[in-house]
Ligand binder design. Structure first.
Ligand code: ADP
Ligand code: MG
Ligand code: MG
Ligand code: MG
Ligand code: MG
Length: 442
C-alpha cells in the first residue's frame, strides 16, 4: 500500500497527466493503454479491464476480459515528453477476471521460473548487450536500410547523426533509471551497442522492453530508424543481444564463483553451463524467434552456430568472460534483440536450473575456433549445430518437455501456431534471391 501511495505522490509532484499501462504480448511486442491520472488509483488497485481478444496470441473472444495490475516499482516518466501534462508509464501483469494470473502473460512465465530458482536458493542476474542499427528514413518518412555512416567497431564518427542520437539515447535511459556501463559503435556501418548494468532478471526483462522503446523513439526524433531486426543486411554482422547471466545466493554471493578451483568456476556454474548446452537447441526458438534470426546464426560474423562453450573463444555459443568474483558470469551469445526477453530469460534460466538439479556436466570446453573445424572434427568433439531455421527451432522446442514447461500450454500452443504461420508465409513467398537465381537460368 505504501508503494501505491508513493506512485500517486510522484505522479502529482511531477505533473503527470497521462499514464501508459504497458505489457508485452507473447511475440515480444510492447502494448499499452493510456489512462489519465484521475484513473491512476483505480489502475493501481488492478481494477482496470481491457479486451484481451484483440491481442495477438492472448485469448479467444469468449474469454476476452483481462485485468492489468501495474507493478508500482516500474513507474517512470518519459523524459522526452513535455514537463507540463507529463507522460509516465507502469509495467503491468495480466490477470484473469477471477483474480488468477493470466497464463498467457510472459512476465508471469518468467516469474514462475524465478520462483523455482528462489526455492533452490538463487536469484538470477542478467546483463544484456543490445545491438541495433540506425538507418535513414526516405523523404516520405519510411525506414530504409541505408546509412551514411562508414564507421566500425569502437570508431569515433563525429560526422554521423547516429553518434548524436546515441548520446541522447544514453542520457534518456539514464533519466529513466538505467545505469549505462558503455556505449559504442559496433562492427557494421550504422550499428551500435549500448550496455547497461546487470540486475535481477525480471527488472532486466522490463528494462530490455523499455530500452527498445526508448531507442526507437529517440532515433525517430533524430530522423533515423532504429531496428532490432537480427540481420537486416546480408554479408555484414547482424545484431545480437548477448545475455550475461549469473546466479547469486540469497545472501548476495555469486554462486558461479569458486576461488578454489583451477578456472575459479563453481560446480554450480559448470552444471548451469551443462544445462544450457543440453537445452540450447530447444530454447533457440525463444532466444532466436524470427525467420530472420537464423540468417544471423551463420559462420563468420561473431554469431554462434555451434553448441559449445569456451573460456575465451567468441565463436562458441557460451563464453566465460575472464572477470571473476562478483562478475563471474556465463555469456550466452545466441540471443538476438527481437526475442521476447521474458520468455528468452525464463528459458535460459530453466535450462541452467535443470543442469544444476540433474548435475549435468558440460562437455570439455572448446578452445579452438569452431569456424575453422570441418564437420568431421566437430562430430569427433561431439559439437552439434544450433537449429538452422525457425522451423527446426520450433520442432526442437515442442520436442523438449523441460523448455516447453516454461511456457505452459497456453503460451506454447499460441507461440507454436504463430511461429508456424510466420514460417509458412516465408516458405511460400517467392523471394528476390530466387528470381535472381532462377529466372534466367531456366
Ligand atoms: P563484452 O565483453 O562481451 O562486450 P560487455 O562489457 O559489453 O561485454 O557487457 C557485459 C555485461 O555483463 C554488462 O551488462 C554487465 O553489467 C554484465 N555483468 C557483469 N557482471 C555480471 C554478473 N555477475 N551477472 C550477469 N551479468 C553481469
Ligand atoms: Mg559488448
Ligand atoms: Mg565490452
Ligand atoms: Mg557487441
Ligand atoms: Mg558480449
Amino acid at each position: 500500500a505504501a508503494v501505491k501511495k508513493e506512485v500517486l505522490e510522484k505522479a502529482r509532484e511531477m505533473g503527470v497527466k497521462f499514464i501508459r499501462l504497458q505489457f508485452t504480448d507473447i511475440f515480444g511486442v510492447l502494448k499499452n493503454v493510456a489512462i489519465t491520472v484521475e484513473q491512476l488509483e483505480k489502475a493501481l488497485d488492478g481494477e482496470l479491464m481491457f479486451d484481451g481478444s484483440s491481442i495477438h496470441g492472448f485469448t479467444r473472444i469468449e474469454e476476452s476480459d483481462m485485468y492489468l495490475r501495474p507493478d508500482p516499482s516500474t513507474f517512470a516518466v518519459f523524459p522526452w515528453r513535455p514537463r507540463e501534462g507529463a507522460v509516465a508509464r507502469l509495467i503491468c501483469d495480466v490477470y484473469n477476471p477471477d483474480g488468477t494470473p493470466f497464463e498467457g502473460c510472459p512476465r508471469y512465465a518468467l516469474k514462475k521460473v524465478l520462483a523455482e530458482a528462489r526455492e533452490m536458493g538463487y536469484t538470477m542476474n542478467v546483463g544484456p548487450e543490445c545491438e541495433f542499427f540506425l538507418f535513414h528514413v526516405d523523404k516520405d518518412g519510411n525506414p530504409t536500410t541505408h546509412t551514411h555512416d562508414q564507421a566500425g567497431y569502437f570508431d569515433m564518427t563525429p560526422i554521423d547523426m547516429g553518434e548524436n542520437a546515441r548520446r541522447f539515447m544514453v542520457l534518456t535511459l539514464e533519466e529513466m533509471g538505467f545505469e549505462i556501463e558503455a556505449s559504442h559503435h559496433e562492427v557494421a556501418p550504422g550499428q551500435h551497442e549500448i550496455d547497461f548494468k546487470y540486475s535481477e532478471a525480471l527488472d532486466v526483462a522490463d528494462k530490455i522492453m523499455t530500452f527498445k522503446f526508448v531507442v526507437r523513439t529517440i532515433a525517430q526524433r533524430h530522423g533515423l530508424h532504429a531496428t532490432f531486426m537480427p540481420k537486416p543486411i546480408f554479408g555484414i554482422n547482424g545484431s545480437g543481444m548477448h545475455m550475461n547471466q549469473s546466479l547469486f545466493t540469497l545472501d548476495g554471493e555469486n554462486a558461479f564463483y569458486d576461488p578454489s578451483t583451477p578456472d575459479q568456476l563453481s560446480e554450480t556454474a559448470k552444471y548451469y553451463i551443462g544445462g544450457l548446452i543440453k537445452h540450447a537447441r530447444a530454447f533457440a526458438a525463444l532466444t532466436n524467434s524470427s525467420v530472420n534470426s537464423y540468417k544471423r546464426l551463420v559462420p563468420g560474423y561473431e554469431a554462434p552456430c555451434y553448441v559449445a562453450w569456451s573460456l575465451a573463444n567468441r565463436s562458441c555459443l557460451i563464453r566465460i568472460p575472464a572477470k571473476r568474483g562478483m562478475s563471474t558470469r556465463v555469456e550466452l551469445r545466441n540471443p538476438d534483440p527481437a526475442c521476447n526477453p521474458y520468455l528468452a530469460i525464463a528459458a535460459a534460466l530453466k535450462a541452467g536450473l535443470d543442469g544444476i538439479k540433474n548435475k549435468i556436466a558440460p562437455p570439455a570446453p572448446t578452445e579452438s575456433n569452431i569456424y575453422h573445424m570441418d564437420a568431421a572434427q566437430r562430430s569427433a568433439e561431439g559439437i552439434v549445430s544450433l537449429p538452422a531455421s525457425l522451423h527446426e527451432a520450433v520442432m526442437e522446442l515442442q520436442a523438449n518437455p523441460v523448455i516447453s514447461s516454461v511456457l505452459g500450454d497456453h503460451i506454447l500452443s499460441r507461440f507454436v501456431e504463430g511461429k508456424m504461420e510466420e514460417w509458412d508465409e516465408f516458405r511460400t513467398t517467392v523471394h528476390e534471391w530466387e528470381i535472381k537465381k532462377y529466372l534466367t537460368m531456366y
